[in-house]
Ligand binder design. Sequence first.
Ligand code: FAD
Length: 432
Amino acid sequence: MAWDFETEPEFQRELAWMDVFLRDEVEPLDFVLGNPYDPKDVRGRDHVRRLKERVKERGLWACHLGPELGGHGFGQLKLALMNELLGRSRWAPSIFGCQAPDSGNAEILAHYGTPQQKERYLKPLLEGEIVSCYSMTEPHAGADPTMFRTRAVRDGDHWVINGEKWFSSNARWASFLIVMAVTDPDVSPYQGMSMFIVPAETPGIQILRNVGVGDENPDHASHAYIRYRDVRVPADHLLGKPGGAFVIAQTRLGGGRIHHAMRTMAQLRRAFDMMCERALSRETQGELLANKQMVQEKIADSWIEIEQFRLLVLRTAWLIDKYKDYKKVRKDIAAVKVLLPKVLHDVVYRAMHLHGALGVSNEMPFASMLLGAAALGIADGPTEVHKVTVARQLLREYKKSDGLFPSAHLPTRRAAARERLAHLIEGEVGNL
Ligand SMILES: Cc1cc2nc3c(=O)[nH]c(=O)nc-3n(C[C@H](O)[C@H](O)[C@H](O)COP(=O)(O)OP(=O)(O)OC[C@H]3O[C@@H](n4cnc5c(N)ncnc54)[C@H](O)[C@@H]3O)c2cc1C
């Protein structure tokens, strides 16, 4: 039997160490330090460096990467168990060297980058010395990348990029941006778009504004609306092959989506813990909330949904490790992506509701968690698009029925069974 739902004891010891380290050393940073991506914010920099050193000494740094890139090649399943803990804190992924979007950008640089590109961009990214940006979505089109218009034209030894990008997260702090642009408008977009590594200091990159999520303070807003005007990048800054943008995007986004789901488990657990604590702490009409059946229903439904989601995430991580090919798990990753915002929304909403006025107040984290669920239903592609992927992939496993009636048509099946097993019913009279 190959099925196993247990973590090996040696790795469980690492997870236990992480649990305590995160609780005591990392989670408090969320309340006293600024944005982990902001290289100009030097507060606590030495302290953070020491914490990163401890993670490296423990052998838990950049665990999404193989040993050739300074990681430990733990694979996606172990990464999932780690991310379930790391998702508890804004600072944790950076301190463990596996923060989005840098982890996804590192993955494509490692996969498609030339030795020079790796030396100049990947190395400092993996060391945690710089941060990066993935600049793909445009103001007029997001879910359908075939509509992108940003253009890159070859001019001697350079490519010249013109266009606008929208919601390019962390651009304001990034040392380089990975930009998707049309390089050949005369062929299908699937062959006519390419990826470029664009150093942030290149003339012509203008951040029109940084957009925030919800009522985020504009000073902290991190999703850039960017104009690229005659941005010249050397020809060797093309990432991968000309026309290869879609293939690269799929590699990048597949990993990114499942990593978001892993970290979401931490949010779900937190919401569930708060829900249970509240139910056991608050009394009304002479009894605890925990004794009310409608409250019990919320707790039971939440636990069941969380466990279902977790199993789907872990199984998908296991499949990625097994096939080592995101294309073979497209359906599974898309299913996780569809379920993620729904489960997070439903569990957080119930937890918030059970906290009454306190729940919707700015003294509890529920409102931002709820907005986070909405954002996760859009970022990396909206739910509808992923449902289409799930359905299309599933339908490939079926074929149309041959006859007038469906293959499950009972009279047809009965007739076939009677013919096949005629020897059992020989001599029988009547119409069974
Ligand atoms: C927090 C956050 C961070 C992001 N970070 C980045 C980043 O770093 N880099 C980057 O390039 N982009 C980023 N994005 C952008 C994200 O990838 C896009 O928002 C996403 O692809 C959807 O595009 P859109 O916003 O243009 O929505 P649209 O494409 O306009 O879609 C709007 C809505 O239309 C519906 N819809 C769309 N397509 C279909 C369909 N086929 N069938 C049925 N209904 C449909 C859905 O309800 C969808 O939500 C980020 C987004 C968020 C929210």
